[in-house]
Design a protein. Structure first.
Length: 316
């Protein structure tokens, strides 16, 4: 008997050219969609990141300026409003009239340097006042120096509890190298007194930034990306210790009548090419108190941040 083995074969087929082209096309579509989503999410992240950095910088800048403005004219338990302190050279002669002084474009208030980091745009403001907290003269002469006073700092030495219900009196004097030799009564309060001038300059990277010039510590950059600063001053015209009208620095006739300050900072994003076209923003460019429409020269994000600060010693 003969045996035969039979094998059944199944025909095998590959992809045809049409099927292959369809698959490649679908693959390209998927890759393009994923790429588009990636680019979109990346651009959204860049926008969000830049906005967050702008907001953080503006908040820090405005908080710093506001803290100094609130203390304008302060001498701890007294103020320049109640009376000018005595001066010991080379400490400056100060009165309530120059505790707060501003300047529009082209007009520098005291403290804005002509060299080092010069002013390039916007308004500027100069503020005198006591800084931080105080320490008794007895503690200072005993060797305690919690606020790191150094030689040649301007210090206010104030007698807060004079005899016979007399008003507080104060001296402004330059700190000696040996703080234990600072003259005064043991109960006198000692605090640092400083002038801060705020203005827009250009930093070493070529970016506009907000600068602060201190009599005691010199010029320092606060935050970069500040393109412009506009300041309006609240004027008390009827002695009720409230702002009746807001004016530019050039319109202020009597700086002792300034009881509040409105500050607007124009912030620019660190990165360029964030908007699809040049943005139009509004800022006062001619110091008439009215914002003007300005078309940006690039595709960065621009936003204005504002705050109004009361000068405590003139509102009480």
């Amino acid at each position: 008997m003969s045996m035969r083995s039979t094998f059944s074969g199944h025909s095998q087929r590959g992809f045809g050219l049409v099927e292959l082209m369809v698959a490649v096309t679908l693959g390209f579509i998927v890759v393009a969609a994923v790429g588009y989503l990636y680019l979109g999410s990346r651009q959204s992240f860049r926008n969000t990141d830049n906005m967050s950095r702008m907001q953080e910088s503006a908040r820090y800048a405005l908080d710093t300026i506001a803290r100094d403005l609130r203390m304008a004219g302060s001498l701890g338990c007294t103020s320049l409003v109640e009376g000018a302190p005595n001066f010991v050279a080379p400490a400056p002669a100060l009165t309530n009239a120059n505790a707060v002084v501003g300047g529009d474009a082209g007009n520098n208030p005291p403290g804005v340097p002509a060299a080092t980091v010069p002013r390039v745009a916007g308004d500027a403001i100069s503020v005198w006042g006591a800084q931080a907290s105080s320490v008794t003269l007895a503690s200072l002469t005993a060797g305690a120096n919690p606020y790191a006073y150094k030689a040649n700092d301007i210090l206010a030495v104030v007698t807060c509890r004079p005899p016979a219900d007399a008003p507080p009196t104060g001296f402004l004097r330059s700190a000696p190298a040996d703080l234990t030799t600072l003259p005064g009564a043991p109960a006198d309060e000692v605090m640092e007194f400083d002038r801060f001038a705020y203005y827009i300059g250009t930093n070493p990277a070529g970016v506009r930034a907000l600068y602060r010039n201190s009599v005691n510590d010199g010029v320092a950059e606060l935050v970069e990306g500040v393109e412009d600063m506009q300041i309006m001053y609240g004027i008390d015209t009827n002695a009720d210790r409230a702002a009746d009208v807001y004016q530019t620095a050039g319109a202020v006739a009597n700086w002792q009548q300034v009881v509040s300050v409105r500050i607007s900072l124009l912030m620019a994003s660190p990165d360029n090419n964030l908007t699809t076209s040049a943005q139009t923003y509004r800022i006062d460019t001619d110091d008439d108190g009215t914002p003007n429409a300005v078309v940006a020269a690039d595709r960065r994000i621009y936003q204005t941040f504002s705050t109004t600060v009361g000068i405590r010693n003139r509102l009480q």
